[in-house]
Design a protein around this ligand. Structure first.
Ligand SMILES: [Zn+2]
Ligand SMILES: [Zn+2]
Length: 178
């Protein structure tokens, strides 16, 4: 039984329950929601890990439809923090024109956010237009459009998703890694 809609008033227990479901049960639970209710849930969730499940374990076509109905900042945050794999699948559901438009909008949004961050550098960027760091400090690969760029703790280097250490530590700048 999908009780999630009844629980949105006092959400935390229900969020914890849904968060603990395995992938199939989670998908069943989400698939039972209408698009409107899914959008409502997506907006209501301040729970980071559940937000990640929402963006990563649902059909990219559905994610794309939900994103269209979110306020822009929620949409941009969702795109920013989902995995590269899921983000690229979502982008593939768009036309080339929409892809360009969304990339430009995201680039503008990222620039507008910088003032909120220490030294004016965000924790993560999505490769859009010109950015201060164009390649991963570990593997040396240049970033492709729509790939995530994680800024490391030294604030001078960045990492691709594959090379990222859990705590965002920079292996170049941290002497304990020799
Ligand atoms: Zn790398
Ligand atoms: Zn560094």
């Amino acid at each position: 039984m999908n009780t999630i809609l009844f629980a949105l008033g006092s959400l935390q227990d229900e969020i914890d329950r849904v968060y603990a479901l395995d992938v199939d049960a989670f998908r069943d639970c989400i698939n039972a929601l209408s698009l409107t209710d899914l959008v409502f849930l997506w907006k209501a969730v301040g729970h980071e890990a559940l937000g990640r499940r929402l963006s990563e374990e649902i059909d990219p076509e559905v994610v794309s439809q939900v994103l269209e109905r979110l306020p822009y900042s929620t949409k941009a945050e969702s795109l920013k923090y989902m995995s590269n794999e899921q983000r690229l699948l979502v982008v593939e559901t768009w036309s080339l024109q929409k892809n360009h438009d969304e990339l430009r909008k995201l680039g503008n949004w990222q620039r507008s956010q910088e003032i909120e961050w220490h030294l004016g550098i965000a924790d993560r960027y999505i490769k859009s237009s010109r950015l201060p760091m164009d390649r991963c400090a570990s593997c040396g690969n240049c970033y492709d459009y729509w790939q995530s760029i994680d800024i490391l703790d030294c604030m001078r280097h960045s990492s691709c998703e594959a090379c990222l250490q859990e705590d965002g530590v920079c292996l170049h700048c941290d002497p304990s890694f020799g």
